[in-house]
Ligand binder design. Structure first.
Ligand SMILES: *[C@@H]1O[C@H](CO)[C@@H](O)[C@H](O)[C@H]1NC(C)=O
Ligand SMILES: *[C@@H]1O[C@H](CO)[C@@H](O)[C@H](O)[C@H]1NC(C)=O
Ligand SMILES: *[C@@H]1O[C@H](CO)[C@@H](O)[C@H](O)[C@H]1NC(C)=O
Ligand SMILES: *[C@@H]1O[C@H](CO)[C@@H](O)[C@H](O)[C@H]1NC(C)=O
Ligand SMILES: *[C@@H]1O[C@H](CO)[C@@H](O)[C@H](O)[C@H]1NC(C)=O
Ligand SMILES: *[C@@H]1O[C@H](CO)[C@@H](O)[C@H](O)[C@H]1NC(C)=O
Length: 389
C-alpha cells in the first residue's frame, strides 16, 4: 500500500528548514538574554537605537518581569522608564517632565551616578550618587548600590514615584504621586491621605478634593511618635502606618482583599484624578480598587472646565467646604436633567424643577454622594413620568 506523504515534517528539506528556523530562534533568544543586562557597572553607556519603535531594554530584573530602558514617548522623544515587561505597562519614569530627544546624541551612562545626558552636555536627569552598580530588583525598584562589606543603597526609584505606587513601596510624607498630566497629586497629611487638584498648570494653588482620614481601628496615631507612611500590602489593602508601630492605623481594602488572589499590585493616580488599584492576573490588569466610584464625584467630570471641586471626606464625614460641591452638583444635575428632558420631552419642565430642587435639598443636608441621589431621583421622576402616561 502506498503511504501518502501527508506528514511533511518527515520530508528531508522540511527537516532542514525546521532546524534552520530553530537555530535562528535559539540564536535570537541567546542574543536577547545577552542584550538585557542584570546589572550596570561603571563605564556603562547606551544611546537610543533609531530603529527601535517603542522600547529599548537596557537592564532587567532577575525574573525578567521588569525592565529599565528607553521608552519612546512622542515619536522623537524618550523617557527613561521601568516597564512591566509582559504588559508593557509603565511603572516609573525618571524624567517625566524633561523628555530627551530620541537621537544618538542622547546618552545614558553610569559613572557612579546614573546619568541621562543630551547634546552639548545637557543634563536631563541624574541620580547624583557615587555608587558601584545599578540593579533592578524583582519588585521593580531601581537601585544604585555601593558595594563595601555590605551592600548599601545610595538611591532608589521607590523614593521617587511618578504616578504609580507599587506593591511594598513605602509612600512617605516627603513623596507625592502626580498624575501624568500634572493636574492631580496625592500626598500624606499628619493623619490622612489627600488628593489635590491644580486649578491652573502655571500657578501652585491647589484644592483638596478627597481626604481620607485614618480610621485608627487597629492602632491609634500617637502624636510626636513617628511619621505616617502608606504601603500597598501584598494582602491587597492600602495600609497607613506610623513608624515604630506594626499594626496599621488604617486599611483601605482592595476588592481582592482576603480572596486568596496573588499577582503583582499597583496603585495609580489617573489623569482624571481618580486613584485606582490594579493587579496582574497573568495575562491582564484587573481593576481592584477605585477611590472615587461615581464619575460625577471626580474633580473634573463635566467638560474640560476647571474650578468646580467636590470636596469629599472619606471616613471622617466631617463637614467640608460645600460651595464647590454645589457648583459641580448643579452642573452635573443640569446635564442629567437635560438628557432626561430630551428623552422624555413630555415631562421635561416638571423634571427640571424636580431634579434641581432635589440636589439643593441634598446639599443642604450634606449627605455624602448627592449625585447618586440626584441620579436616582431623576430615574424616579422618569419612572413616574412613564407611569403617568
Ligand atoms: C538597532 O536595532 C536593530 C533592530 O532592533 C538591530 O538590528 C541593530 O543592531 C541595532 N543597532 C545597534 C547599534 O544596536
Ligand atoms: C558623572 O557624570 C556627571 C555628568 O557628566 C558629572 O557631573 C559627575 O561629576 C560624574 N561623576 C563622577 C563620579 O565622575
Ligand atoms: C524577589 O527577591 C527576594 C529577595 O531578593 C526574594 O526573597 C523573592 O523570593 C524574590 N521574588 C520573586 C518572585 O522572585
Ligand atoms: C518599608 O518600611 C518598612 C517598615 O519601616 C520596612 O521594613 C521596609 O523594608 C520598607 N520597604 C522598602 C521597600 O523600603
Ligand atoms: C523621605 O523621608 C524618609 C523618612 O521618612 C527618609 O528615609 C528618606 O530619605 C526621605 N527621602 C527624601 C528623598 O528626602
Ligand atoms: C489559595 O489558593 C491556592 C491556589 O490558588 C491554594 O493552593 C491555597 O490552598 C489557597 N489558600 C487558601 C487559604 O485558601
Amino acid at each position: 500500500m502506498k503511504t501518502p506523504t501527508v506528514n511533511s515534517v518527515t520530508h528531508p528539506s522540511s527537516t532542514h528548514f525546521l532546524l534552520f528556523v530553530f537555530s535562528i530562534l535559539f540564536a535570537y533568544a541567546c542574543q536577547r538574554t545577552e542584550a538585557t543586562a542584570q546589572e550596570l557597572l561603571k563605564g556603562f553607556k547606551a544611546t537610543p537605537n533609531a530603529s527601535v519603535s517603542s522600547f529599548q531594554a537596557l537592564l532587567s530584573d532577575s525574573t525578567d518581569t521588569f525592565s529599565l530602558g528607553f521608552l519612546r514617548v512622542n515619536p522623537k522623544e524618550l523617557a527613561l522608564a521601568v516597564l512591566h515587561v509582559p504588559s508593557s505597562e509603565q511603572l516609573w519614569l525618571a524624567n517625566p517632565t524633561q523628555l530627551a530627544p530620541w537621537s544618538d546624541r542622547t546618552q545614558l551612562f553610569f559613572n557612579g551616578s546614573l546619568v541621562l545626558s543630551g547634546p552639548r552636555e545637557r543634563l536631563f536627569w541624574s541620580t547624583e550618587t557615587q555608587g558601584d552598580r545599578v540593579v533592578l530588583l524583582n519588585s521593580s525598584n531601581l537601585q544604585v548600590q555601593k558595594l563595601d562589606e555590605y551592600v548599601s543603597i545610595l538611591w532608589q526609584s521607590f523614593y521617587f514615584p511618578t504616578n504609580t505606587l507599587l506593591e511594598n513601596q513605602n509612600f512617605t510624607s516627603n513623596m507625592s504621586l502626580v498624575s501624568s498630566n500634572g493636574l492631580y497629586s496625592m500626598r500624606l497629611g499628619s493623619n490622612f491621605i489627600g488628593l489635590y487638584a491644580k486649578f491652573n498648570k502655571k500657578s501652585d494653588s491647589e484644592q483638596i478634593y478627597l481626604r481620607h482620614k485614618a480610621l485608627e481601628a487597629k492602632a491609634n496615631i500617637i502624636e510626636g511618635q513617628g511619621a505616617i507612611y502608606a504601603r500597598i500590602n501584598s494582602d491587597r489593602f492600602l495600609g497607613m502606618y506610623q513608624v515604630g508601630t506594626i499594626p496599621p492605623v488604617d486599611m483601605l481594602p482592595f476588592n481582592s482583599f482576603q480572596r486568596n488572589i496573588t499577582g503583582f499590585v499597583f496603585l495609580r493616580l489617573e489623569s482624571d484624578g481618580n486613584l485606582k488599584g490594579y493587579y496582574w492576573d497573568g495575562s491582564k490588569w484587573i481593576l481592584d480598587y477605585q477611590a472615587i466610584s461615581d464619575t460625577c464625584e471626580l474633580p473634573n467630570p463635566c467638560g474640560s472646565k476647571m474650578g468646580y471641586f467636590k470636596v469629599r471626606e472619606g471616613a471622617g464625614k466631617k463637614k467640608m467646604d460645600v460651595g464647590f460641591g454645589v457648583g459641580i452638583g448643579v452642573l452635573c444635575g443640569a446635564i442629567v436633567v437635560l438628557i432626561g428632558a430630551i428623552s422624555f420631552g413630555s415631562c421635561k419642565i416638571w423634571m427640571r424643577r424636580r431634579g434641581v430642587k432635589q440636589i439643593l435639598e441634598d446639599e443642604d443636608g450634606i449627605s455624602p454622594g448627592p449625585y447618586k441621589d440626584l441620579a436616582s431621583a431623576s430615574f424616579r421622576s422618569i419612572e413616574m413620568c412613564n407611569a403617568r402616561r
